[in-house]
Design a protein. Structure first.
Length: 253
């Protein structure tokens, strides 16, 4: 069963993080949505955060994990926010089980295929040698040449934890990601469709959702609307949390 953070009482709202993320990245949003009358379930997907590790890694399997999570928690009707890879999981879940989803929010990802583009990040993560028992500063020093962007490094560093006294490790399953990185870019199935209210929300400086992608989005999600947060990139919720919350809560309410 997927690990989760649960906060608040009311209508169920699932939040699904992106690739190399985890539920902790969304805990401040959990409190905000809970204050507006939602019971918020922030999930750790398989091979991420505190959830289980598995050699099996695909969007079909991750959507099935979400289904089993909902069944285990007696959640028959949910709204979902998914960012990046989590948005792909949310899209597939909504198209596979439309009767279970009331509203869908997809943050800065489209249903199309994306070519692998995490090579620098993976190279940096693989360069960390945990057998030498590095401290956090040493890990960041190793990552820096591969990942010069401070915000991205800090996002990845949140995955560090003490696996044993004096022994750091990453929470995510780097071995499986190395072997199956092409999974991340997989397109939504051609026939997939979800006709209920859907919000796609993109960063104004991001290239993940282009105007030329809108016809394909409409084919899969005919009842969609689009919001753009100006002057932010792919991590739009981290770069402008206030505007992200305002846009999403307006849609959810």
């Amino acid at each position: 069963m997927l690990h989760s953070r649960i906060e608040g009482e009311g209508k169920p709202l699932l939040i699904i993080h992106g690739f190399l993320g985890m539920s902790d990245n969304w805990k401040s949003f959990g409190a905000l949505y809970a204050s507006k009358g939602f019971q918020v379930h922030i999930l750790d997907l398989r091979n991420h955060g505190k959830s289980f590790r598995s050699e099996d890694f695909s969007y079909d399997i991750m959507a099935q994990d979400v289904l089993e999570y909902c069944q285990n928690h007696n959640l028959n009707q949910v709204s979902i926010i998914g960012h990046s890879m989590g948005g792909k999981v949310a899209m597939l879940f909504a198209t596979n089980y439309p009767e279970m989803v009331e509203k869908l929010i997809v943050a800065d990802i489209g249903p199309k295929y994306y070519a692998p583009h995490h090579q620098d990040i993976l190279a940096g993560l693989n360069a960390v040698d945990f057998t030498s028992k590095p401290d956090r500063a040493s890990v960041e020093e190793t990552l820096y040449p591969f990942i010069p962007d401070f915000g991205t490094r800090q996002f990845l560093m949140k995955n560090l934890y003490w696996a044993a006294p004096g022994q750091l490790d990453f929470r995510f399953n780097l071995k499986v990601f190395n072997e199956k990185i092409e999974v991340i870019g997989t397109a939504l199935p051609e026939e997939a469709q979800f006709e209920k209210p859907t919000l796609f929300i993109r960063g104004g400086n991001s290239r993940y959702i282009l105007d030329t992608d809108l016809p394909e989005i409409k084919k899969h999600f005919p009842n969609f609307e689009l919001a753009t947060i100006p002057n932010v990139g792919h991590w739009l919720h981290a770069e402008n949390p206030q505007l992200f919350f305002e846009e999403t809560i307006k849609f959810l309410k």
